[in-house]
Design a protein around this ligand. Structure first.
Ligand SMILES: [Mn+2]
Length: 303
């Protein structure tokens, strides 16, 4: 391929959001994207800074040694949106909701963007995903057939609606602007306030259930237990990281970053987690009501 052609290729635009605690994951995800890119892939990374340190940013910059990329930082004020969320939901770092507000801070010249969670590993080129024809759809995403029926019903989703993961999206920004999708998201936030379990994901799905979305193949967001060698491109560790299979893949890419490893690989992290789990099991023995145990489980989300 000649140089002229290479430079004419539009970069793959990717949106991430992270705070400092998640930055080792973000760096790992980025390292995997850059390592496994096709030779002519170019990247423009849009990063919502939810409290990154100078050191974090320096480490992200160092990843350019693997493959160069453009980096743009955003610090949108998302605090005003906290009033749309329940108090216990706002315990999540607010920055996880950044994808909902993408049109607010991303350049207006951008018509679409791939959003990826930080707790992922990318095993191939993202160009096919980037070239997805969104048509009239406001978003493309991977359905999650395992989402609990009780939760789907609580949200009032139709029985035949396919609930999707929001950890990997192709966002039709043009559509979001034209149809003022953000206003509708905020209305939905208030409408389902008491039922939300997964802040942005429930909002996106409720909106999609009233409209439509483009379902993507499972290879674009795959739980590590469903990993298919040679097919899976985006491996999503989804919070249950320390217990799930295929962690060596995650650790392999973590080793390519200036962090060298993820917090969960540290000795004291594992000791704390073990103590936390012991305390959780101990407390559960004294909670006769199922609902109490459920609430406790929510508080003890093991990171
Ligand atoms: Mn995730």
């Amino acid at each position: 391929m000649d140089a002229e052609h290479t430079s004419a290729k539009a970069p793959i635009e990717i949106l991430f959001a992270s705070d400092s605690g998640y930055c080792p994951f973000l760096a790992t995800a980025l390292a995997s994207i850059l390592t496994n890119a096709a030779p002519d892939d170019e990247f423009s990374i849009h990063l919502v800074d939810g409290g990154l340190t100078e050191d974090d940013l320096q480490k992200i910059e160092e990843l350019k040694k693997i493959k160069d990329f453009r980096l743009a930082l955003y610090r949108p004020n998302l605090r005003e949106y906290l009033k749309y969320l329940r108090n216990d939901i706002s315990n999540f770092p607010i920055v996880v909701n950044a994808r909902l507000f993408a049109e607010k801070y991303l350049p207006e010249t951008l018509d679409k963007v791939i959003y990826l969670d930080a707790d992922i590993v990318v095993l191939g080129s993202l160009s096919e995903l980037w070239e997805t024809d969104l048509g009239d759809n406001f978003v493309a995403a991977v359905p999650d057939p395992k989402m609990r029926a009780s939760h789907r019903q609580a949200l009032g989703l139709p029985d035949d609606y396919r609930y999707f993961f929001s950890g990997g999206l192709v966002i039709n920004l043009k559509k979001w602007r034209e149809e003022r999708v953000l206003e509708k998201f905020l209305d939905i936030c208030l409408e389902i306030k008491d039922k939300i379990e997964f802040p942005d994901q429930d909002v996106l799905n409720t909106y999609a259930s009233r409209r439509s979305y483009l379902p993507l193949a499972g290879r674009w967001t795959c739980h590590p237990r469903d990993f298919v060698e040679g097919d899976t491109v985006v491996l999503h560790y989804m919070g249950s990281r320390h217990r799930c299979p295929n962690l060596p893949i995650l650790y392999k890419y973590a080793a390519l970053t200036p962090y060298g490893r993820l917090p969960m690989q540290g000795f004291w992290y594992r000791v704390r987690r073990g103590l936390r789990r012991a305390l959780f099991i101990f407390l559960c023995l004294f909670l006769p009501k199922k609902q109490w145990r459920k609430n406790l489980r929510k508080r003890f989300v093991l990171r």
